[in-house]
Design a protein around this ligand. Structure first.
Ligand SMILES: *[C@@H]1O[C@H](CO)[C@@H](O)[C@H](O)[C@H]1NC(C)=O
Ligand SMILES: *[C@@H]1O[C@H](CO)[C@@H](O)[C@H](O)[C@H]1NC(C)=O
Length: 403
């Protein structure tokens, strides 16, 4: 009896120790956040172990979450949902059932997951797309691009770009009665990265006549040059996206060779020949003072040139839209940027907002100071957070009045 209760106490203490995580004071629903984080961490540990033992790739284990959250394309009373493909790339399409007086608006959505994980069919994305279609009476095209580690850059970009170009053809817009002047591209995290890259590329593509009205970048990842900005330093262990995981995503985007991962972790792998690019990610000029927060800006530390020679994608603006020249940012469409305080990617979003504004682009920036990366996905049980609904409602309201 006594030994049983000692055992029980021990397990409880260990479990509490594992689940407990110090969180900033203003984070809401702390216990639920800790449970969520512990669940996600456990999956990460399992992935790490499986990889160490040579059983499978780390991302194959992480992918379980995407599979568990899979939903079939089921239409409801308001929206017709179908899986189809555009230009040979699978997409999930949401068409409102309600009659529309004129042509409809459209939102092209790109899911997140570090170019390695996620799917348009995941419950949280499916729910967000339904809501978008219904509330905006808009056609939503949610893209299932191919993922790393099986496919590397630029496959993800190319898949998304192929869908966008296909959809923007006059005959296709007509088929879905979409107004060519009211189309947005939107994405979160790595999807925000792709959305930003697509928006830049499309703007300079002479073959595409239809231009986007809006780009919406939800806690986007925008640059590989400095993986040690103040937000990376402060939030490296915050829920859902640790610095290590973000760096792993970045390296997997280009290669499965872990040498790149290790070099990226050190933040010292860009050669001095590329010194001129660092001005585009100079947080000492691009961040508001409140976020510099006593961090001291040092000039970049350079590495040898082997990595960017082997993986030129690292310095490609299609992977790091923040490295785009000022001149080429001019004229980009109205931009919505969403950032969260406790997110390694916070400063990427802030820096891009600054650079776009300096280039004369109209930017609307919603910054949430009590939450963390990935919050928009936490809209379904068992991890359903009030703030996730608040944030997505604000985003949809903004989209509704500006698209
Ligand atoms: C359909 O739309 C109505 C009116 O907005 C709403 O009350 C209802 O919950 C929606 N149904 C679904 C399945 O979302
Ligand atoms: C970054 O900006 C600071 C000024 O705030 C400047 O002294 C420094 O040289 C800049 N560094 C780069 C790499 O642009």
């Amino acid at each position: 009896m006594a030994s049983k209760s000692v055992f029980f106490v021990l397990v409880t203490v260990l479990l509490a120790y594992y689940i407990y995580k110090p969180l900033p004071d203003n984070v809401e629903e702390k216990f639920k956040v800790m449970l969520l984080d512990a669940t996600f961490r456990t999956l990460g540990h399992a992935g790490y172990l499986a990889e160490l033992l040579g059983v499978t790739h780390y991302m194959d284990v992480m992918m379980l979450l995407t599979k568990v959250e899979h939903t079939e394309p089921i239409s409801d009373e308001n929206v017709t949902v179908t899986d189809t493909s555009f230009s040979n790339v699978p997409v999930r399409l949401y068409v409102p059932k309600r009659q529309s007086e004129g042509p409809r608006r459209a939102v092209i959505y790109i899911h997140g997951g570090g170019w390695c994980l996620g799917s348009a069919a995941m419950k949280p994305y499916d729910l967000l797309s339904r809501k978008t279609a219904h509330q905006l009476s808009a056609v939503v095209v949610s893209i299932n691009y191919r993922l790393a580690p099986k496919f590397h850059f630029p496959t993800q970009f190319d898949d998304v770009y192929a869908v966008v170009r296909f959809f923007l053809q006059k005959s296709i817009l007509d088929k879905y009665s979409v107004d060519p002047n009211r189309i947005a591209v939107s994405g979160d995290s790595a999807g925000g990265n792709l959305a930003a890259a697509i928006t830049q590329t499309l703007f300079h593509d002479p073959e595409v006549k239809v231009k986007l009205r809006i780009q919406a970048l939800i806690y986007p990842v925008l640059q590989t040059l400095d993986l040690y900005t103040p937000s990376y330093r402060e939030n490296g262990n915050m829920p859902l996206l640790s610095r290590t995981l973000m760096v792993r995503f970045w390296s997997e985007y280009f290669t499965t060779d872990q040498k790149l991962f290790k070099a990226m972790l050190s933040n010292r792998y860009i050669p001095s020949q590329e010194a001129h690019l660092f001005k585009f990610v100079n947080w000492s000029t691009l961040l508001p003072n409140s976020l510099k927060n006593n961090h001291v800006y040092h000039k970049p530390e350079y590495g040898d040139s082997s990595f960017v020679k082997k993986y030129p994608g690292i310095l490609d603006i299609k992977s790091s839209p923040l490295l785009q020249e000022d001149e080429n940012l001019k004229g980009l469409p109205l931009t919505y940027v969403l950032t969260c305080m406790y997110d390694v990617l916070r400063d990427d979003g802030f820096m891009y907002a600054s650079r776009l504004r300096q280039a004369g682009v109209q930017v609307v920036h919603h910054h949430y100071d009590s939450t963390f990366h990935g919050i928009l996905l936490l809209n379904t049980l068992p991890f359903d957070f009030a703030i996730a609904h608040h944030i997505s409602d604000k985003y949809l309201m903004w989209l509704d009045s500006n698209l």
